[in-house]
Design a protein around this ligand. Sequence first.
Ligand SMILES: [Fe+2]
Length: 747
Amino acid sequence: VNRREFLATAAATAFHSAWAAEPDQVWLGPDYWANPLQDWRLRGGRLECHVSGGDRNVFLLTRELSPRPGAFTMRVKVGRLGEIAGDGFAGFRIGIRGPFDDYRDSAVYGVGLNCGVTTDGRLFIGSVTQDAPRIAASEFELTLTGAGARLTLSAEGREVSREVAAIQGGVALVCHAGPLGDSPDPSLNVMTMSGIQRPDRERRGDVRFWFRDWTLDGPRVDAHPQRAWGPILFAQHSRSRGVMKMTAQMAPAAIRGPARLRVAGKTYEAGVDPLSRTATFRVTGWDDSRDHRYRIEFAGGSFEGTIRRDPKQKPRIVVGAVSCTNDLGFPHAEVPRSIAHFQPDLVAYTGDQIYERTASYGIERAPLERAALDYLRKWYLFGWTFRDLMRDTPSITIVDDHDVYHGNVWGAGGRKAEGAGQPGQDSGGYTQPAEWVNMVQRTQTSHLPDPVDPAPVDQGITVYFTEMLVGGVSFAILEDRKWKSAPKMTIPQARIVNGWAKNPDYVAARDGDVAGAQLLGERQMRFLDDWAKPRPEVWQRCAVSQTIFVNLATLPPPADTDAVTPKLPVQPVGGYAEGEMLVADHDSNGWPQSPRNAAVRALWKARALHIAGDQHLGSTIRYGVDDWNDCGWAVCVPAVSNLFPRRWYPPMTGKNPPKGGGRNTGEFVDGFGNKVTVHAVFNPQAVAHEPKIVHQRAPGFGIVEFDRAARTTTVTIWPRWEDPAKPGAKPVAGWPIVIGSDGTRRS
Ligand SMILES: [Fe+2]
């Protein structure tokens, strides 16, 4: 490389923030990921950290420091935002890397070396010393240079210098309130049983700084322009019965639109919702006989993909099924890659697309705008994982409890919960304001075909249950939480806490089936009745809901709570936990029994497979009502990322187990007295795949194939650790399961 080429390359990788030209807004621009989103903003051409707390930072997505020898220089202008009180610092973090070796993971969970100026004016690299050089200015330019292993930080003519080997990875701006410690601090970023811990992210102190003119250049700098993200972050679409709907998810930019969709030679416009930051396009008269490239444009950005033709001519319709995307293992890159291998015609995300503690920094439930941004930063992580799958594949996305910041949700027709937290949940309804719940539903479900019965429920909470037709397979998209009765209110003598009866004299199978208790509710039952009617364009039906209509779980006695679940020892491969008992968790849709039976019968009338998630326990079962096997089949897909590993170790043996089925397969009666035939279960096992903390909780996904000519349905559960593209790749033991159209198992 001659000198001229070298200089050209260096110029191409140089970075300069361009905030001066940007409007005042929450979103910082496509080059950045802010931790947390709602604590940063652009104001007057500079970046402001306007909430004081531990480890507020802005990660630069599009550049990183390479391990090559050579120099780099990073600069930024820094100033105090109001009065400063308490320990803390403002400055840089460099060499940022996350536990899963992906820039997205580095952006959210990475650890690096801090360099900056403390609130009492001391310059530091890594660790702060008492005799460090000090500056007094409230506004200064901070310069960090690296040459080989030598780092030098300077401001206001003072400097500190230090040898640090092997700096490599991302860079960020940091505004930190709290103890300074040393960095990198090995206590940070530890994966534990309850997820990834970042202990020092509490709100505290009065340490707020602004930043301007951030630059990074030099031969050590690598540019990754393809990592820029936004203002259009991702998009979901559906295509059914001549209507195409698409929802584009935007970053919280100031501009409200219109957003434009260019497709099939036409341009459509849609405004951006001020709370959900979504733009939804609805195109009628859709030509589904061919593929259409599309392009969304908004606020100077664009997003492209393909809406594929309706697979009417395909002999097999393939569905990917996903649930429970916690952030342990984020960005879960192998999951969308493995699902894409099967070239699905549709992907169903059956709930818990986010968890409350995703991406740390706690949970903000109010005020509304901050609570919306708090949800969006978690939802954005989901989109970051699945955006390439969603780009070209229709999706069904439905909302479960964690998506609305609940551990459990008994929607009770949309009522306002009495109080907050778990007591509020137990009272039935939603603890979050209706506007916020509708915002969540808009982000996840507004691209679905129009609701078949759109009247909102209590508080004006919207509904989305509907039908979607894909290649002659009709999907009933259900909301099995929204109308479900709250057991605490419906069976008061059971003394229900968080779904579990505290009264030892209450027997769920005997006493739980009380008059008036709802599961799907009248309106969805009417819909299912109509849906089951023969239609010439439909050759197969499939229902998608949050969870299965049975309680498939065991626990050690007395099993009057499931709080112990994350602490139970994981069995070795092939092991069996002895002495456990069947449970009666009223959050499961084994309760309430009579409407459960009616729902199971309605699905069987339609000869529909039921796809669901929520349980974190992959399973394939056949429902029974009056007798075993007198109704249809269900598949619960495993969690993508599992912090609550439920299990199935019944103490009795099942009758008539399937050929080759394990001890926990066959015909059982669940804790609510429901008949169920278990064909395969994906229990957590002590597998050797690293990181064990991810893989020993039975994570994975489901693939369902409907074969038109053979009239069979094949259900397969894949473990997260297996790459299905590799020769000899094996699904979880017990799968695939092939089911005939008459409900008998074929193999
Ligand atoms: Fe979940």
